[in-house]
Design a protein around this ligand. Structure first.
Ligand code: PGA
Length: 220
């Protein structure tokens, strides 16, 4: 059985209290995860608390951030440099289309972010919108997220996602895992994860409810 990455992207949702409630609600859904890697990406404000809860309760969950700064440590008010995020997070989403659109992040900035993450030993989960999105050097995990599928209830077809996953691996020799993201639910997750070149899913809306997320983990 192949390794599967099941990544929760809460986006700008959940207070720290709600994050802890979610983790408590998830405990039973984590009973038999076998070769599945569960990664939870909370807003920055809760990352340390999530990490401490996971550690002290011995949960089989890895902690991720939703971004890292393009800046190093220093006089950059409001930024969270990779060196700080790395105290709590082993992974980070980088290049999500919402950040490209809303914050104007371009390929050059994203390349810097990937470098910073790698320098701090954070594994980037690099989002691409199609097979032509440039993937920075050294990225091992890519998430294919077609914009029209995000938050719309209209996922890509598993066949098309598989086609893109294969093309991305062919173009970028260093990419080991391609995840699919965009309107993933417990109903459709297995149609994606059964594809040969798809190694998991990045889940937004459906990750907010611990019951639905547990069900996604079980179904794939
Ligand atoms: P969605 O979001 O599952 O709500 O479509 C996925 C994502 O943007 O990562």
């Amino acid at each position: 059985m192949k390794d599967l990455y099941i990544v929760a992207n809460w986006k700008a949702n959940k207070t720290t209290t709600e994050a802890l409630e979610w983790l408590a609600g998830m405990s039973s859904g984590l009973a038999d995860i076998s070769s599945k890697k569960i990664i939870v990406c909370s807003p920055f404000i809760s990352v340390a608390t999530v990490s401490e809860f996971v550690k002290s309760n011995n949960l089989p969950i890895e902690v991720g951030a939703q971004d890292v700064s393009a800046f190093p440590l220093g006089a950059y008010t409001g930024e969270v440099p990779a060196a700080l995020a790395a105290k709590h997070a082993r992974y980070s989403i980088i290049g999500h289309s919402e950040r490209r659109q809303n914050l104007g992040e371009n390929d050059e900035v994203l390349q810097t972010k990937v470098k910073n993450a790698q320098g701090a030993r954070i594994e980037p989960i690099f989002c691409i919108q199609n097979e032509n999105t440039p993937v920075p050097a050294g990225v091992r995990i890519v998430a294919y997220e077609p914009i029209e599928a995000i938050g719309t209830g209209n996922p890509d077809t598993p066949e098309d996602a598989e086609r893109v996953a294969r093309a991305v691996k062919e173009k970028n020799g260093q990419v080991e895992h391609v995840l699919y993201g965009g309107s993933v639910t417990s109903e459709n997750v297995s149609s994606f994860t059964k594809m040969d070149n798809i190694s998991g899913v990045l889940v937004g809306g459906a990750s907010l409810d611990p019951e639905e997320f547990s069900s996604i983990i079980k179904q794939c």
